[in-house]
Design a binder for this molecule. Structure first.
Ligand SMILES: [Zn+2]
Length: 353
């Protein structure tokens, strides 16, 4: 009887230990929110905080010509709010804007009226030339600076680590500069480099994108916004400064200037995500690059109608047309394993460690 009681007690203790081990290693969750070819990447950290990278377009119809309006009818801010509710988040603890174009920073004014934003991470003001190339950039920036004054603000340098509980988030690029030295374990010569990179389609704000490599245990996620041209090239050529990542949000929505095979060869993602719209981003050269690399699973936020594109299988496309606004959701464990869920179908694909 005593032996049996001891055995039972041991079992209860062991079960308790297992439960507490599980509860101390909560997953990292990433939502690639459908903002119709802009960017809004919502991360729920294992510590339960909200980390948002970009906030989509402003306004009810969400175009480059739109301006911030009523938050209740703001298309992209409402979609970010829906993802936050799904994640159980009630505030954005950290907001990072990759750059000051309307498809990335436009939705922030409306979002701030829907949920509190505490900490702002960004880079210095856009140039006068940026306003000429993309009119409206300066007005969005000015409105953002007024909003930012209500919270705390960080303007990091490449190589800085962002203060986000439970994660190692290192800035790999910002304001046109990139890491001066390789990250730990990186730095190998990249034999896939061509003599020059792919030119940037937009040469003012996109190459100034603030990019990060996020690490949770053995899992890594790379997001460089619309970084393109020479700074993108410098991250992996002639040496790979950033190492490998499990999940990569393809630069500039998967446009042609995000297609450099040398970049993919260096980062070796298992999953590469297109945050594209029906006619934005996701251009044929990037699909051609992925087609050469069968070890990489591409996932698309939208089926692309761009010329020459062979779309990925439907099960890896969140929105087949504009009648839905489904997200792609990643759930990652600190052992490096993760799953990808298609928000339209609810189907999940597992990527074991
Ligand atoms: Zn963009």
């Amino acid at each position: 009887m005593i032996r049996r009681t001891c055995w039972l007690l041991a079992t209860i203790l062991l079960t308790g230990a297992t439960l507490s081990a599980q509860s101390t290693s909560r997953p990292l969750v990433i939502y690639f929110v459908d903002v119709e070819g802009g960017q809004a990447t919502l991360i729920k950290t294992p510590a339960g905080e909200g980390f948002l990278i970009d906030a989509g377009f402003p306004g009810g119809t969400g175009t480059f010509q739109s301006t911030p309006g009523a938050p209740e009818s703001a298309r992209d801010a409402q979609r970010i709010l829906a993802a936050a509710r799904d994640a159980g988040l009630t505030q954005i603890d950290h907001l990072m804007l990759t750059h000051y174009h309307a498809d990335h920073s436009g939705g922030v004014i409306e979002l701030a009226q829907l949920m509190p934003i505490r900490h702002f991470i960004d880079h210095a003001a856009p140039s006068a030339e940026a306003e000429v190339v993309v009119p409206g950039t300066q007005a969005l920036y000015d409105a953002y600076v007024a909003l930012r004054a209500k919270g705390t603000h960080t303007e990091p340098k490449p190589g800085d680590h962002l203060a986000i509980n439970g994660l190692d988030v290192v800035v790999v690029s910002t304001a046109g500069e990139v890491l001066p030295t390789p990250l730990d374990g990186a730095g190998a010569t990249n034999s896939a480099c061509a003599s020059a990179g792919v030119p940037a389609q937009e040469k003012t704000e996109n190459p100034r994108s603030t990019g990060i490599r996020l690490q949770y245990g053995k899992f890594r996620f790379l997001d460089i916004g619309d970084l393109s041209g020479p700074p993108q090239y410098a991250l992996t050529c002639p040496r790979n400064l950033i190492g490998e990542a499990d999940v990569y949000l393809i630069a500039h929505h998967g446009g042609a200037d995000g297609s450099d095979p040398a970049f993919f060869a260096a980062v070796k993602p298992r999953v590469a995500v297109f945050n594209n719209g029906p006619r934005k981003g996701a251009q044929a050269p990037t699909f051609a690059t992925l087609a050469q690399m069968p070890s990489i699973d591409g996932w698309q936020l939208h089926r692309s109608l761009n010329q020459g594109v062979t779309n990925l299988p439907d099960e890896r496309i969140a929105n087949l047309d504009e009648s839905t606004s489904a997200w792609i959701k990643i759930t990652a464990q600190n052992d490096g394993s993760f799953t990808v869920t298609n928000g339209r179908t609810g189907q999940t694909k597992a990527y074991p460690r």
